[in-house]
Ligand binder design. Sequence first.
Ligand code: PGA
Length: 251
Amino acid sequence: MARKLLVLNWKMNPETLREAQALFLGARRALRGTSSVGLVVCPPTVFLSSLGKGRDGDVVLGAQDVFWEIEGAHTGSISPYMLRDVGVRSVIVGHSERRALGESDATVSRKVRATLAAKLIPIVCVGEHVRDEKGDYLGFLAHQITESLKGVGRTNAKNIIIAYEPLWAIGKTYQAAVDPHSLHEITLFIRKILAKSFGRSAAMQVKILYGGSVEPENAEPLLHGTGVAGFLVGHASLDMQKLKAIIRSIA
Ligand code: PGA
């Protein structure tokens, strides 16, 4: 069976490098003895270089964002090659909290292409703000996926991870998360949209993750029969007891 994937999005936490090192070590320890789960840890950018030195084969280092240019006059930006150089292998692109600051689908697609060009794996976040009875949110999602992946070639599709993160489910508790039945419907829908851009066989190879209030209580039911390869975990990834319980429940 394929390894389950947990992407840990620490967001703007913790405050100090010392705490970040402890969290990183905690995540590695939580994984110990489990071969059926893979971890991608995404700390704030400032900690990447230091944590990159302590990484091993079990834990992949990820970034929370990236810029699309390789180098040059772009104050405050970080290129995918810089991330690669300090040990990063995956990058979250288009998280809703970045999109809320003005990031458009066009920007996301530039970042996705730059990430792929640097041989890093983009974890592309998509998701509707609300669900309406008429199902207009599906149209929103289809458009967001297609535009965010614009310009990505068919051969590169298998190197992309899609994280379905409905905004209404983020940062709450497990009761507020999507239910397994609608998650399954969404993963089928996402593959249908991907197939339009990349063809059916490439679409089948894309890993889809779910994110939004994944906790020990809902991880297992959300994994089985829903078509997801794993989860993008926010707040629960900062709590070692919760992280351990999530890993145990899906291992
Ligand atoms: P959450 O965050 O698990 O705290 O809901 C998920 C995310 O925003 O990536």
